[in-house]
Design a protein around this ligand. Structure first.
Ligand SMILES: [Zn+2]
Length: 214
């Protein structure tokens, strides 16, 4: 059975890392909106050209275009055995469009990585990036593990900005979480643990959600 996974979680929850890890372990593509927008813009398909025009104008890509791009991506061969979505859906309208795209043969599992705000603020405020190449530093390291450059604090990572970003995330995402929460394939995972422990909980949650579907 295919594993179709939607990964939700606030900035700093490790969502992207966990999505990538899960995808690699299951041999399915990780589909992140940033990547597929860039790909689509380069591909020259009809919907890709529309997305490029919107982005070139400095505007946000709307639901219609976004839904079209996601549809093109998940209809590709490598996603037949499943996929992990990272950054999509972002709105209830997008979630409805995703439901309409999928058949009932495999479940859509929704994993919500939950972390208390204070923990996130601490994590994000102590995050360092490389001043030369922009690589996110391994916690506790003193120089860039990629190029050896000096580490700096990201400008948008000070406490107030972090709390503001988390507030925006919460307001934007709550309707989406409400949309999914009552489903038996929705699972919350405690993100305030080591990456290995979070990954193990995600695997267990997906297994449980798939059993419910059967
Ligand atoms: Zn570097």
């Amino acid at each position: 059975m295919a594993v179709r996974l939607v990964m939700l979680g606030p900035p700093g929850a490790g969502k992207g890392t966990q999505a990538e890890r899960f995808a690699r372990e299951r041999g399915v593509p990780k589909i992140s909106t940033g990547d597929i927008l860039r790909e689509a813009a380069q591909s020259g398909t009809d919907v890709g050209r529309k997305a490029k025009a919107v982005m070139d104008a400095g505007r946000l890509v709307g639901d219609d275009i976004m839904n079209g791009i996601v549809r093109e991506r998940i209809e590709r061969n490598d996603a037949r055995r499943g996929f992990v979505l990272d950054g999509f859906p972002r709105t209830v309208a997008q979630a409805e469009a995703l439901d309409a795209l999928l058949d009932d043969e495999s479940p859509l599992v929704i994993i919500d990585i939950e972390i208390p705000e204070d923990v996130l603020v601490r994590r994000l405020s102590t995050r360092r990036i490389c001043g030369s190449c922009g690589w996110t530093a391994v916690p506790g390291s003193t120089s860039c593990s990629r190029c050896g450059g000096a580490l700096v604090q990201r400008r948008d990572d000070d406490d107030n900005v972090v709390r503001e970003r988390l507030g925006v995330y919460g307001r934007d995402t709550q309707p989406l979480v409400n949309y999914y929460r009552r489903r038996p394939t929705f699972r919350s995972v405690d993100g305030d643990q080591s990456p290995d422990a979070v990954a193990a909980d995600i695997s267990a949650a997906v297994a449980a959600a798939v059993r419910v579907h059967e």
